[in-house]
Ligand binder design. Structure first.
Ligand code: SME
Length: 186
């Protein structure tokens, strides 16, 4: 290869790398977590979640990505949203096995969280009166209401295969995420 061809090959190589870089930068929607410590993992996740949602206004898209991001980082058995519609909770975006489609106000952990407007942590689902078992694999659960203008508009429901899985770290950071969703997505 003469000097001119070598120069052209180099230019093509630079252009090729630049195109690949641009494709990566514009298309990559990945969550990167470096810490192995749970609180730190939430701290790393939240700004990435906020960037992922960005200016997007579509509620379903934003809830879908939020549940996917939490699922990919923490590997919960089931994580998803139930949306208040016509005085019922209706299944929204989620990750995990198929789940109950509708839940009445006051029923199960989700319906109770809606009724009480409170976060509910259930260390052992067998000990929660009225728990709705969508999956027999679920052993513990946390439900956080999403409140907008003093009304519950949705709940975030998370299930684990392990008893006593959710602690005050999950309570703190999942609440932060729900408050942020209420402000920016609902
Ligand atoms: N266990 C919930 C029902 C929803 S599923 O867990 C996905 C409840 O008791 O409300």
């Amino acid at each position: 290869m003469n000097q001119k061809n070598r120069k052209n090959a180099k230019i093509y190589q630079i252009i090729h790398s630049s195109i690949l870089f641009l494709i990566f930068v514009t298309m990559a929607e990945e969550i990167f977590i470096h810490s192995t410590e749970k609180a730190q993992q939430y701290e790393e996740l939240i700004p990435q979640l906020q960037a992922l949602v960005g200016d997007e206004k579509n509620l379903i898209a934003n809830l879908a990505n939020t549940s996917a991001a939490l699922h990919v980082v923490f590997g919960f058995l089931w994580i998803g949203f139930y949306l208040v519609e016509d005085n019922e909770l209706v299944l929204g975006p989620f990750q995990g096995p198929v789940a109950c489609t509708r839940i009445q106000r006051g029923k199960g952990v989700c319906g109770q969280s809606w009724l009480r407007k409170q976060l509910i942590t259930v260390p052992n689902v067998d000990e929660f009166p009225g728990h709705i078992a969508c999956s027999s694999l679920s052993k513990s659960e946390i439900v956080i209401p999403i409140i907008k203008n003093n009304d519950v508009v949705a709940v975030l429901d998370v299930d684990s295969q392990h008893v006593n899985h959710f602690d005050e770290i999950d309570e703190k950071y999942l609440s932060i995420i729900c408050t942020w969703l209420s402000t920016y997505c609902f």
